[in-house]
Write a protein that binds this ligand. Sequence first.
Ligand SMILES: Cc1cc2nc3c(=O)[nH]c(=O)nc-3n(C[C@H](O)[C@H](O)[C@H](O)COP(=O)(O)OP(=O)(O)OC[C@H]3O[C@@H](n4cnc5c(N)ncnc54)[C@H](O)[C@@H]3O)c2cc1C
Length: 527
Amino acid sequence: MSAHDVVIVGAGSAGCVLAARLSEDPRRRVLLLEAGGRDSNPFIHMPAGIAQLVKHRGINWDYYTEPEPALDGRRLWWPRGRVLGGSSSINAMCYTRGQREDYDAWAAAGCAGWSHAEVLPWFRRAEDQARGANEFHGVGGPLAVSDLRHVAPLSRVFVEAAVAAGVPPNDDFNGACQEGVGLYQVTQRDGRRCSAAVAYLRPALSRPNLRVVTGALASRLLFDGRRAIGVEYARGGRLERADAGEVVLCGGAVNSPQLLMLSGIGAGAELARHGIPVIADLPGVGANLQDHLDFCTLWKCRTQDTYDFSKLGEAWVGLRYLLTRDGPGSSNVAEAGGFARTARAVDSRPDVQLHFVPAQLDDHGRNRMPGHGYTIHACVLRPASRGHLRLRTASAADAPAIHANYLAAPEDLATLVAGVRLAREIGAAAPFDPYRGHEVFPGEDACSDAELAGAIRRKAETIYHPVGTCRMGSDHDPDAVVDVKLRVRGVQNLRVVDASVMPLLVSGNTNAPTIMIAEKIAGSIAA
Ligand SMILES: Cc1cc2nc3c(=O)[nH]c(=O)nc-3n(C[C@H](O)[C@H](O)[C@H](O)COP(=O)(O)OP(=O)(O)OC[C@H]3O[C@@H](n4cnc5c(N)ncnc54)[C@H](O)[C@@H]3O)c2cc1C
């Protein structure tokens, strides 16, 4: 008999949900392995600490893509959380689920059981909605969803300006209709970040049947023939082994396909290149990579109304937050935004997402610019471009090669150009008149489509939503990696449950959808 009924690899958005839900049954012995450490950094828990977290290498996998052919050969920075809570401990906390049609498209693509009507109960089960329950929202779940405690005046100006530019107002992007602009709801409770670790894992930590091991880098899955029987992991310079009745991979869209390949599950030729014996020849592992590519239009602000990232400004924000759990320290910084149809939209569905930041945001906030400014992000919601991941070496300690392949499909560039034009229309609307300084990016000289396309190639960045690299599909789909119960095809006792299983990127941020996926699978395992 195995020492553990279930070994979960990765304590991120999905892994924390599974560890908590599966250990609700006291007879089930659950082991959760996490490569990173405890979530003790205070900047994780103070929402505006996100501006500091970009500098903290210790809790970040700190990935870079390979040179991107359509982005002037730039290598894009891909932060991913390496800490309890995973990326939910470093994300921007915007709570959005995507569009009803996203999930209906999953079902139509062969993912029986994943239509919008079938996933909605799992979103509701996860949720503790501060506004109360209704047909779309739940209360009493682990994941706190609330309105921001502090909103910068300029974020409200953004909403007014977008409405003046013709985008409808919307106070619930997760209700009957997604289209429109407003303030984001956030995954926070009492002004603190509600990561998956805070929401799910902490309340479960005292259970005797749940063991959490941090600093444990899973290096390989162990098999008896085609049956997964455990995980080998490195900890404190030693290789250890955890035996398992079932292994559940929750390493996220980069690490789950990497670990599958390292363990002999992937495209046979790719595995052979690294001398890895093939257990299951699954060409879909690492393929089908999709992400939201984003461009920031940035204006200088003529007043002092934007967030102040000077040392003195930050010290004051921190002190006020400690005393009151309120003020700018409780802001997720990306306070307002929404979902809009550009001039290129082909149907009634929004084709871009906007995030408004009442601060000068350049290079993910890593480039601190002097003075005051504000930023409207625009990203393409349903890119047609597809990338892939490859092993660089046969070691889990080495990052895989990420070929995001952004803008490989020309329509993605055209939509992003239209998104930047929409951002500019909003920026030009009357409510911004008292604030608007000159446009820094893309810059007032960039007018034609070709000039805007050039600016995008020079400056566009990820908005952190890679998915699809272990995609789910029907039993007849040769490129599917997992079936609709998220069991890896061609082997036994192994699942992948995280953002990598999404067959198509959802039209919104990906934390809540990942948590929904984990809730749904935990429910089916427990049933
Ligand atoms: C900077 C940033 C901002 C974002 N903003 C938002 C937002 O505002 N709203 C939103 O909805 N989404 C946002 N996202 C996206 C969202 O957070 C992710 O899509 C989601 O957290 C992915 O969950 P996951 O479970 O797939 O992976 P993760 O949460 O990344 O978890 C994977 C876990 O597995 C661990 N792991 C990986 N490999 C191994 C290994 N070999 N051994 C042991 N452990 C391993 C990792 O350390 C990590 O803890 C953001 C993401 C980032 C990075």
